[in-house]
Structures are given as C-alpha cells and as structure tokens.
Design a protein around this ligand. Structure first.
Ligand code: SAM
Length: 386
C-alpha cells in the first residue's frame, strides 16, 4: 500500500488510542520476528497470523516506510503506552538497522533543536534586526521535534536547577551524595568509571590536572594516587567545600581549590594562562548547553596542546550521563556530543565499561529517581584534532 497519499492528508505522528503506537511504531512492529509476547503483549495476537521470523523483504519494506515517515515529519521520540519510543521498540525486537535509523533521526532532531535554540538566543540578544526575524525564516518542523523529551540526565535533571541545587542542603552517606530532594548527586557505583577515567587522563606521574566538581571526591582521590604535579579542583557547593576542608584537601601538596562556579572561576584561570595535561568535568543540575559551553569556550584555552607528558597533547573527559535513563537517548546524545566536540576541534575516543545491575544491588534505595538504567557506560576521552 502506498503511504504517500495518506501522508498528504494526515500527520505522520498520529497515535493509536489503544496502544499509543505512532506509524513509526507500527512500521517497526510489523517487521518483528515476534512471538505473541514481544510486541503488544499477549492479548494483541491477531488471528494467529504472527510471523516466525523477519525476512529481508520485511526489513527492506520497514526501512523504506520508516524513512518515508521521518521525511514526512514523524517524531523520533514519541512514546507508546508501553513507554517506548519507536527506537526502543526496534532495540527490544533486535532490529538493529531500524534502531540505527531511529538513532540518526534523533541526532538530526536534537542538532536542529540546538541550532534553533542558538538562533533564538541571537534573536533575543538583539543582534538580529527584528524585522528580519519573522516566522517565515523559521524552518518548517513539527513542534514536538524540538523537545528533548526523555533526556533527563544526571547533568540535565529536569526538575533540578543549578541555582536551587547550590543553595540546597546535602546529605553525605557512605555510598552516595544526595541533594535536599534525595536526587543522587554522586553515587559510589560510579567508582570504576572514575578510576578508569583517571587512569586514561593521567597515564604517568607528574602531570597537571584540573577537576571540575568534587562530589564524593572519588576521582580526585584517584587523581591523587597518580601523583600529579599540580591538582586544581573547582567546587561550588558550600557543603562540599566544607567537606574538602575537613578532609585536609586544602593542605595537600600541589592541590589548589577554587571555590565557586566554574563559570566564574575559569575565565580567571584562562587569564592567568594556566594550562593542564588533563581536565575532567562532572557537575550536577546543569544541562547539555553548559557542557558544550565548557568545552567550546574553556577547554580550548586550558588544555595544553603539547601536554600529556609525552607531547602528544592534553586529554580531557566528562561524566557521560546524557540521556542515560533511556538507551536510545544515550546513543543519540553520544553522537550529538561527538559532533559538537568535533566542531569545537576535539577528537573523541570511547571506551565501554560494564555497569552492574544497580537494581539488584539496591543502589537506588532512598534515591528519588534513577538517572542510570544501562548496562554499558561510554567513557569519552577527547584530544585536540590533529
Ligand atoms: C557528580 S558530583 C562530582 C563527582 C566526582 N566526579 C566524584 O568522583 O566524586 C558534581 C559536583 O559538582 C559540583 N558542582 C555543581 N555545579 C557546579 C558548578 N557550576 N561549578 C562547580 N562545581 C559544581 C557539585 O556541588 C558536586 O560536588
């Protein structure tokens, strides 16, 4: 059946009231090598007509349909009643090609969204002549494509903002740091990630490192164990600063603590011409825009292009928690950030680290919301492009 005439009359993002399926969900589900339990649940079997396996013809047809729907404004991250985006469904059904198509659609939508956001900021800052900025100049894209729906993360925590967080009371427990609303600011399960990051950033003793966000001090403790020549720490929360003081960090040889937000501290460090062999960024209650500002405005000036101990160039990294409460969002954001990093002049290498089952080990007990649901962490190490 030719979809094109239908798409001329109706939206590509209508939803079935019973299942919440959009045409994208339906196209992907139709290609499933399912048994009755895999797609819609046990009650949805239609006349015993479900297929045993996906043929390459089915897949080809589904790929074509998905592409056509996307070209006609279908939204990549609409949720069905099973709380799945079309990409989640493709992933659950093991349909890799369709999953990748949905990831790429997500990347395009998120990049467009961020460019439009920049454009709006320009508009608001009055750098554009008001008369030139009219609706007619705006690309014709569906409104919902502009939402970062489903992308709350440790950094992009929808109901937490930086100002509120920095004023809030913190609770330090043995294995976690919580804010006043019991949001997990830092948790001990991240220790393996911190250790591996520290080892990759400081491959030998005697290097200069800058860490933004002390938290539980996990990565700073690993950095110390790697005997850096100098170790700068930027921290903004008064309770974390008090803990740094109690822990004797201010007296440690080579350690320099900068009290305040990185947004206020870094311009001074740039002015002082300080450079580092390694930089790490892991803050809380800040959005992706903050991370992008960090690397495009500051890392460029603070990372030594001849550094790294062997002249191969400094390295930097960040806690990669963007979109980590939904697999497809994590994959979309890894690509978005890699593209933005490349635009800012950085090459990124990713290393996968296995994350144990955090539900099983009871990690989330007493924590308001899980910010991590995945079994693999993508660890980024960035250097200047050649
Ligand atoms: C996720 S924790 C860092 C955890 C750390 N990587 C570790 O290994 O324990 C985030 C830290 O960043 C701090 N922070 C949040 N916003 C900040 C900002 N704008 N400038 C500096 N520090 C900030 C928080 O107070 C918190 O201590």
């Amino acid at each position: 059946m030719d979809l094109r005439p239908l798409l001329r009359q109706a939206s590509a993002s209508v939803q079935d009231p019973e299942t919440g399926f959009t045409p994208l969900h339906a196209a992907i589900a139709a290609c499933s090598p399912e048994d009755e339990d895999t797609v819609d649940g046990p009650n949805q079997r239609q006349n015993g007509q479900l297929k045993e396996e996906t043929t390459s013809d089915d897949l080809e047809a589904a790929v074509k349909t998905v592409k056509l729907l996307l070209q006609n404004g279908a939204i990549w991250n609409d949720l069905d009643n099973n709380n799945e985006t079309p990409g989640c469904l493709a992933h659950r059904l093991g349909l890799k090609e369709l999953y990748e198509l949905m990831v790429d659609a997500g990347v395009r939508a998120e990049l467009l969204l961020s460019r439009l956001d920049e454009y709006e900021q320009l508009e608001n800052s009055g750098e554009e002549d008001d008369e030139d900025v009219t609706d007619r100049d705006e690309p014709d894209i569906p409104e919902a494509n502009l939402e970062t729906k489903g992308v709350p993360t440790e950094q992009m925590n929808v109901d937490v903002n930086s100002e509120g967080y920095l004023r809030s009371e913190l609770t330090f427990q043995d294995d976690k740091l919580l804010d006043a609303d019991a949001n997990g600011v830092m948790m001990a399960w991240e220790a393996d990630i911190m250790k591996r990051t520290a080892d990759l950033l400081l491959p030998k003793p005697g290097l200069r490192v800058l860490n933004v966000g002390h938290g539980l001090g996990i990565i700073d403790t690993y950095f110390q164990s790697l005997s850096p020549q100098s170790h700068h720490i930027i921290e903004a929360h008064p309770a974390v600063l008090a803990k740094l003081r109690r822990g004797g960090w201010y007296e440690k040889l080579g350690v320099v603590i900068h009290e305040g937000r990185w947004q206020d501290v870094l311009p001074k460090l740039v002015q002082e011409n300080l450079v580092f062999d390694a930089i790490y960024f892991d803050t809380f209650a800040e959005d992706y825009k903050a991370l992008r500002e960090f690397f495009s405005e500051y890392v460029i000036g603070l990372l030594d292009p001849q550094g790294g101990g062997d002249g191969s160039g400094g390295r930097w990294g960040f806690f990669n928690g963007l979109g980590a409460d939904r697999r497809i969002c994590y994959d979309v954001y890894a690509k978005v950030v890699e593209l933005d990093l490349s635009e800012a002049g950085f090459d990124t290498e990713w290393e996968e680290i296995t994350v144990p089952d955090l539900d099983k080990s009871g990690e989330w007990e007493g924590v308001r919301r899980k910010y991590w649901v995945l079994n693999k962490y993508k660890l980024p190490i960035c250097r200047f492009l050649d």
